[in-house]
Design a protein around this ligand. Structure first.
Ligand code: G3H
Ligand code: 13P
Ligand code: ZN
Length: 309
């Protein structure tokens, strides 16, 4: 099976009341952990690559790893650019074989966001590549851009119809209270489901994307802290909130921090318990297995996309 686009995945997810997991990939063990999990539960997948990942691992290496995963699993997999910040970056990923790109111009004015998003859509669509855009601003770190809590803003539902119509975009990332990274809430977790509902009413059938959707699994945070790390107060989005979002218009749920945590917690434990170990396979292997376990739980119990490949 060749790489697929997200169009068909999102249509089925919307109609079926579930979401597709979009997992960030940076190296072989992460690609293998995620794709082995999806194969085990027969789930469709989006593997996404940030500009930072592309710089770290190299475009060709990542594409070849993903191609290998497709050969090994036979699953429908889309490869997506996460948080593209320029037309040139999006173009380079379209030309380089990605089947979906995100142009994140949410820091620009409404008109500038429309203009840049449309420029990417006009390039991507004739080449059968889907485009995700963002309206509203999430707090947290997106590559070079660090958005403070004060600068973050919820998506204004009144803007979505005009944005979608004028850009021709295929999916829309919205800000309803999630944020990137491991510190999402200082008090109780709260998401603005009223905004999501209003958006769903205004653009029925249109796929919505939730960024910053890691649960920052407390067991991994404890494990990191037990074995020499320091992540006090790390907190993510409760799983029941993600389940609710997936049953609504949210068709794509972005997860990166949980993968990082699972990997780091595992490696810290191996190092602490086996100080003489220096074979990378002895810590990267367990980290890969933990990622697989984590992703199976997400696909089956949170996103609801197991069995939908
Ligand atoms: O949204 C951000 C993702 O977690 C990617 O992070 O830009 O550090 O690769 P990165
Ligand atoms: P997390 O930091 O919550 O994993 O979010 C990842 C993300 O939104 C990637 O685009
Ligand atoms: Zn994101």
């Amino acid at each position: 099976m060749p790489l697929v686009t997200t169009k068909d995945m999102f249509k089925k997810a919307y109609e079926g009341g579930y979401a597709i997991g979009a997992f960030n990939v940076n190296n072989m063990e992460i690609v293998q952990g995620i794709t082995e999990a999806a194969k085990e539960v027969n789930a469709p997948l989006i593997l996404q690559v940030s500009a930072g990942a592309r710089k770290y691992a190299n475009h060709t290496y990542l594409m070849k790893l993903i191609e290998a995963a497709i050969i090994e699993t036979g699953l429908p997999i889309a490869v997506h650019l996460d948080h593209g910040d320029s037309f040139e970056l999006c173009k380079s990923c379209v030309d380089g074989g990605f089947t979906s790109v995100m142009i994140d111009a949410s820091h620009l004015s409404f008109e500038e966001n429309i203009a840049l998003t449309k420029q990417v859509v006009d390039y991507a669509h004739p080449r059968n590549v889907a485009v995700e855009a963002e309206l509203g601003r999430l707090a947290g770190i997106e590559d070079a851009v660090n958005v403070s809590a004060e600068e973050a803003s919820y998506t204004d539902p009144k803007q979505v119809e005009e944005f979608v119509e004028r850009t021709g975009v295929d999916s829309l990332a919205i800000a309803i209270g999630t944020s990137h990274g491991a510190y999402k809430f200082t008090g109780e977790a709260k998401l603005r489901f009223d905004i999501l509902e209003e958006i769903q009413k205004r653009i029925p059938g249109f796929p919505i994307v939730l960024h910053g959707a890691s649960s920052v699994i407390p067991e991994y945070v404890d494990q990191v802290n037990t074995f020499g790390g320091k992540m006090p107060g790390a907190k993510g989005v409760p799983e029941d909130m993600l389940r609710k979002a997936a049953s609504m218009a949210v068709c794509k749920i972005n997860i990166d921090s949980d993968l990082r945590l699972a990997m780091t917690a595992t490696i810290r434990k191996v190092f602490a318990e086996n100080p003489t170990e220096f074979d990378p396979r002895k810590y990267l292997g367990p980290a890969r297995s933990e990622i697989k376990k984590l992703v199976i739980n997400k696909l089956v119990n949170v996103l609801g996309c197991a069995g939908k490949a």
